[in-house]
Design a binder for this molecule. Structure first.
Ligand code: ADP
Length: 652
């Protein structure tokens, strides 16, 4: 068993060895390209510059041959005859132009002439020389030379093609334009060395108690490996952080780097996947090589699902050889380094279900740390962390902020705090007040208010009744979350919005599902009751309702007709397959049941709104007047919420 290197060993190793920093490759490549182009240009122009005059056979015969001026003829490539004039004749007046202003005008060739074919040229020459004396003779030689223009005509396009290919490659890869093509297969991992201290620590990670305990153990493995190896324990190689987006996976990995103070190689799974087969694999190899050289170290692969997706038959239609070879290489590398080499691989994903089983087996990513959306207490802690740098007013109540942000991730909370500070700054305030936080929260949920959006009075009336419809239905249904605010101020893409205070539950019952569907249909039902026709404004609601109904029927087994059957596939295989896991008949039944479910829910919704039509109209008028209805306004019009009605319908 290889003895793990201690921190001390490693320090001295790193002091003599500079961190992995690649020399800039761009200068050299450009230099070569430049030189080649320059040489081509020079060679072309040097020929063009001395190009001799072209003459016809008639001129040649009458003006030169018959005058006995020709010294020699060189036939090039059986196409062109180069004519050399005798030196002593060059001084004569008719040849003056050949030597004037030319560096070595006497050397020739002085003229060129196109010959039809060698045979006809030879016979013509023979005939012309009949009156020559016996001792006068013209030397005729034959040569073949490279035609530069012809060569260039095919070299240049290929050269340009390679050049553009190289530019596109260097732009498309994470290194940007400056990266050399020779470093294509190198790892693009960013190295945070011990000398560049990561400032993130566990203090910056709020909540996530259990996850923190597990991850702290990893830091300890790296800092004091002897404590574990002494007892014969094997230090884990791979740790998978699993959780929804924004729950702090990357933050946790950065905190590990900050706490362990060991080299930290971080990169995203998608950086492995390039256009060419083999590049990803070579990057993986390079990454592990670098990490092993600087052990103890940490490799962090964000979004590992980009490479680690399951390799199954269903994907056969969209084979991705590059991803598979990269994954294979990753598996080999994970197996390849022995236990206790001091390299720990952290990986993050929000789709652990789609990862290849081989990646999750013991000896690879066998430790899974689950990060979940924070509960109220944890949200309070996260608010505390992100409120640290903010200058807040005395009225800021973290308790209220935490309770008004259910279902929010750590990233959402960080966003709210930052938005609130920006809103306060825009209003030239000295401190950030509770109101700013509430505004920021609304903005994070619904997008920016767009008061300037032009809406006609008729449209405004429809929107007001639509939103009032949602409010009234959800007010009188037992299983819909508490309604806090309704607004018809356009925000982001939507023209109006209703704010609810979701309760935190882990499971959803059938009646809760149906009540939610009714509340979502409230807007469209109100339009139909008041205006006798529906508008296109309910698109988002209808999309949500349809998806929810399909999930209930096909996934959760909540439909009577179909029964407790689920076509949900946690492995993600069906998702990518062309075939459905059920028959045509079953597909038809599912469609019918979904349609039935939604129609019944719609009837119930219409019923509720007919019963409370006066309240609906009153609330719509209030919205038209004030644009926003707060909880007090709602209570004044709709009465205290008693949560009595339940829509559960035995027909469904
Ligand atoms: P993930 O990688 O899980 O998608 P990140 O780690 O990138 O999420 O989180 C994004 C941001 O959200 C972090 O930079 C941090 O500001 C904030 N954040 C998330 N979770 C937490 C937490 N538990 N404590 C403090 N801040 C958090």
């Amino acid at each position: 068993m290889k003895k793990p290197k201690t921190n001390k060993d490693n320090k001295s190793q790193r002091e003599t060895k500079k961190p992995v920093k690649q020399p800039p490759g761009i200068g050299f490549s450009w230099f070569y390209v430049f030189i080649i182009i320059l040489m081509l240009i020079i060679s072309i122009f040097s020929r063009f510059g001395n190009e001799p005059e072209q003459i016809s056979w008639l001129d040649f015969e009458q003006k030169m041959l018959s005058q006995h001026d020709v010294a020699k003829i060189v036939v090039v490539n059986k196409e062109i005859a180069e004519i050399y004039i005798k030196k002593e004749k060059l001084s004569e007046n008719r040849y003056k132009s050949l030597t004037e202003g030319v560096f070595d005008g006497s050397s020739g060739p002085h003229y060129i002439m196109q010959i039809g074919s060698v045979e006809s040229f030879e016979s013509k020459l023979e005939r012309a020389r009949q009156d020559f004396t016996k001792d006068e003779f013209i030397e005729v030689t034959y040569t073949t030379t490279l035609n530069w223009l012809a060569v260039l005509s095919w070299i240049l396009p290929i050269g340009l093609l390679i050049f553009f290919w190289w530019i596109i490659l260097s732009r498309s890869r994470p290194g940007g334009t400056g990266s050399s093509i020779f470093k294509f297969g190198k790892s693009t991992a960013k190295l945070m060395d011990r000398t560049i201290k990561s400032t993130t620590t566990f203090n910056d990670v709020a909540g996530l108690k259990e996850a923190k305990i597990e991850i702290k153990e990893i830091v300890d493995f790296l800092k004091n490996p002897e404590t574990y190896t002494r007892l014969g324990a094997k230090i884990p190689k791979g740790v998978l952080l699993v959780g929804p987006p924004g729950t702090g996976k990357t933050l946790m990995a950065r905190a590990v780097a900050g706490e362990a103070q060991v080299p930290f190689f971080s990169l995203s799974g998608s950086e492995f996947v390039e256009m060419f087969v083999g590049v990803g694999a070579s990057r993986v190899r390079d990454l592990f090589k670098n990490a092993k050289e600087s052990a103890p170290s940490i490799i962090f692969i964000d979004e590992i699902d980009a490479v680690g997706r399951t390799r199954d038959k269903a994907n056969a239609f969209r084979t991705n050889d590059e991803r598979e070879t990269t994954l294979n290489q990753l598996l080999t590398e994970l197996d390849g380094f022995g236990v206790n080499t001091g390299v720990i691989v952290l990986a993050a994903t929000n789709r652990a279900d789609v990862l290849d089983k081989a990646l999750l087996r013991p000896g690879r990513f066998d430790r899974h740390i689950f990060l979940e959306l924070p509960n109220k207490e944890e949200r309070k802690e996260i608010f505390l962390v992100h409120l640290r740098p903010i200058k807040k007013a005395k009225d800021v109540d973290i308790e209220i902020l935490a309770s008004l942000s259910p279902g929010f991730s750590g990233a959402d909370i960080a966003n709210i705090c930052n938005e609130a500070a920006l809103i306060a700054a825009r209003k030239q305030k000295k401190e950030v007040a509770q109101l700013d936080f509430m505004e920021a929260r609304d903005r994070v949920i619904g997008g920016l208010e767009r008061k300037s959006k032009i809406i006609s009075p008729k449209e405004k009336e429809i929107i007001a009744h639509h939103e009032a419809g949602h409010a009234v239905v959800s007010w009188y249904l037992k299983n819909v979350d508490a309604l806090v605010k309704v607004s018809i101020i356009p925000r982001g893409k939507s023209l109006g919005a209703a704010w609810y205070l979701p309760e935190e539950h882990q499971i959803i019952t059938k009646s809760q599902f149906i009540d939610q569907i009714c509340a979502s249909l409230g807007g469209r039902a109100a339009e139909e009751i008041i205006f006798n026709e529906a508008s296109s404004g309910a698109l988002d609601d209808l999309e949500k309702v349809t998806k929810q109904a399909y999930i209930m029927v096909a996934y959760y087994g909540l439909d009577k007709e179909i029964g407790p059957i689920s076509f949900y596939d946690s492995t993600g295989q069906y998702e990518s397959s062309l075939f459905k896991p059920y028959s045509e008949k079953m597909a038809e039944t599912i469609d019918n049941e979904v349609q039935d479910l939604i129609h019944t829910a719609y009837e119930t919704t219409i019923g509720i709104l007919q019963e409370h039509k006066t309240e609906l109209m009153k609330l719509a008028q209030l919205l038209l007047k004030k644009e926003v209805a707060e909880q007090d306004d709602l209570e004044k019009i709709l009465g205290k919420r008693n949560r009595g009605t339940e829509t559960i319908n035995s027909k469904i």
